[in-house]
Design a protein around this ligand. Structure first.
Ligand SMILES: NC(=O)c1ccc[n+]([C@@H]2O[C@H](COP(=O)([O-])OP(=O)(O)OC[C@H]3O[C@@H](n4cnc5c(N)ncnc54)[C@H](OP(=O)(O)O)[C@@H]3O)[C@@H](O)[C@H]2O)c1
Length: 302
């Protein structure tokens, strides 16, 4: 089969012919209909997160996939060949950007029927992380105001939708090319971060969801109401500075959870794609995602 593989830290991944994986005990073999790329894949390949996710080369890229169960491994119950699934593999194992992937059962959920199967891969990390931030950590409620940074990106786009589903008013920061997407997903105020200081335009928010980090994260503390919450996804927040300002801050580290995957699959989320490419062009798509300005999800279709 063909797969996109990291060959060494810092090298661009390449599409290669490799043996099809065999499902081990407790695993199913999935014929991949679509794989979604994430910034984590880029950080893993660059070696930036090797303390958490030390990969063994060569290593098939990617955690997020959707497809059809082709075979089940020893001891698997509850899943059968022909089942349509979404999955998030362990980031150290990777394996998603390939024609077939072996996936442990705790990393699987049934795919949503209302979404084309290859696109459902988009939900596995980005939507589940947004769910963790918006629903589980922030517990966003009707009547609250949330500022979501990067509302046309992978995590941000799903966070905007989940915040709207909760009944919150959504403000978001985007570059001009993302404004239409963020508005369509439910943002009621869109701030162009390339020309405006969001602190001057956003007013006060109960919650900030921040997948950007750095200066954006530091400035986000200034828009929170007393007692408000910053949910950081990229860089750990300055807890001392948050306390000085009378606000809370929390870092969310996404972990795969089959129950949460099932919830995002059932949430009726719209999947915005930046691009969908065949596996032969996966390396090019990976480089595009690494540029940091994707609008929606980058999908590889084996
Ligand atoms: N903590 C966790 O467990 C966890 C889980 C998932 C993701 N993450 C992290 O969250 C980050 C975002 O992930 P993603 O999947 O959403 O990435 P993505 O799909 O590449 O989207 C990032 C978006 O941010 C926008 N952007 C860039 N700079 C910005 C700024 N200063 N202000 C506002 N928007 C800006 C980009 O496009 P434009 O600037 O062109 O609008 C792009 O739309 C990554 O660093 C990722 O590693 C963390």
């Amino acid at each position: 089969m063909k797969a996109l593989r990291h060959t060494a830290y810092g090298e661009h991944p390449v599409v290669e012919e490799i043996p099809e994986p065999a499902p081990g005990p407790g695993e199913v073999l999935v014929r991949v209909a679509g794989a979604a790329l994430n910034p984590l894949d880029v950080k893993i390949g660059a070696g930036h997160v090797r303390d958490h996710f030390p990969i063994i080369f060569p290593s098939v890229v990617g955690t997020d996939l959707a497809g059809t169960v082709a075979r089940i491994g020893p001891g698997v119950t509850g899943w059968n060949p022909g089942d349509q699934v979404i999955a998030r593999t362990d980031p150290i194992s990777g394996g998603a950007v390939a024609e077939y992937a072996a996936v442990p059962v705790p990393n699987l959920a049934a795919a949503p029927a209302a979404v084309p199967l290859h696109l459902a891969a988009a939900l596995a990390t980005a939507a589940a992380t947004a769910w963790q931030a918006v629903v589980e950590v922030a517990e966003l409620r009707a009547g609250q105001t949330v500022l979501v940074h990067g509302g046309a990106g992978g995590v941000g786009g799903f966070a905007v939708q989940l915040a709207r589903q909760a009944g919150a008013r959504v403000i978001t920061t985007v570059s001009p090319a993302g404004a239409g997407i963020a508005t369509k997903l439910g943002a009621s105020q869109v701030i162009d971060y390339t020309t405006a200081d969001f602190r001057a335009e956003a007013g006060h928010a109960d919650v900030v969801i921040d997948p950007i980090g750095g200066d954006t994260e530091a400035a986000s503390l200034d828009v929170l109401r007393p007692g408000g919450l910053l949910v950081s996804l990229n860089t750990p927040p300055d807890l001392g500075r948050a306390a000085d300002r009378g606000v809370r801050a929390e870092f969310v580290f996404h972990r795969t959870d089959a129950g949460r995957l099932a919830k995002v699959a059932a949430a009726g989320l719209e999947i915005v794609t930046d691009r969908t490419v065949p596996l032969a062009r996966a390396a090019e798509a990976f480089r595009h995602l690494a540029g940091g300005h994707a609008k929606g999800k980058v999908i590889v279709r084996p």
